[in-house]
Design a binder for this molecule. Structure first.
Ligand SMILES: [Fe+2]
Ligand SMILES: [Fe+2]
Length: 194
């Protein structure tokens, strides 16, 4: 079902962003945080791609359609998962804000560094579990409930993107995150030749 595989494909791009954030965490823990501009680009990617694109598809299209097909949220088999999904989307948004707030003082203020690291670690752990929960529990159920609705769901995704003024393709976001990942990776010193 294309409406679900679209979300799964977006998860793979989100996971590349999580790999980049894990690299930021490791380098910051070692006292060698990447340049703030690179981290800023990663946080912007999450705001644009996770919050504005991916979560909006789930919240403005998938969840309302599931609720409608079930006759109400609490008649859906995975209503508790829907509650958790939305709670975690809001938490993710807050954690990105906390990282943004701490970023200007990351390399100068130990408190800001700890606040950044705590938010970043929580974000990575929560997002990985969130993706797993959606793919293992919710999406198979959604495919069964929404069978026959693929065309209208895909049209609703497109309308949602047009309303938000978002025209970038998944490939473009993949290129953005690939560029961020490459820019964040520490430079490995080339061993001296003997
Ligand atoms: Fe989600
Ligand atoms: Fe998702």
């Amino acid at each position: 079902m294309e409406a679900i595989t679209t979300l799964v494909d977006e998860h793979r791009v989100l996971e590349d962003g999580l790999d980049a954030l894990e690299s930021v965490i490791k380098q910051t823990e070692a006292g060698k945080a990447p340049p703030a501009l690179k981290i800023q680009q990663l946080l912007d990617f999450y705001a644009d791609f996770a919050d504005e694109r991916h979560h909006r598809k789930e919240e403005a299209v998938l969840i309302p359609n599931l609720e409608q097909s079930c006759g109400g949220r609490y008649l859906c088999p995975h209503s508790d998962t829907l509650d958790r999904m939305q709670r975690e989307h809001r938490s993710g948004h807050r954690l990105i804000g906390a990282m943004r707030d701490a970023l200007p003082k990351l390399s100068k203020d130990p408190k800001a560094r700890e606040a950044f690291l705590e938010a970043a670690r929580t974000y990575v752990t929560m997002q990985r579990e969130h993706i797993k929960l959606e793919e293992e529990d919710l999406f198979p159920e959604a495919e069964a409930i929404l069978v026959g609705h693929d065309t209208e769901l895909m049209a609703a995704y497109d309308r949602r993107a047009a309303d938000a003024g978002e025209s970038r393709s998944l490939r473009e976001f993949q290129e953005i995150v690939d560029g961020i990942l490459a820019g964040i990776q520490p430079t490995i010193p080339v061993p001296a030749s003997t």
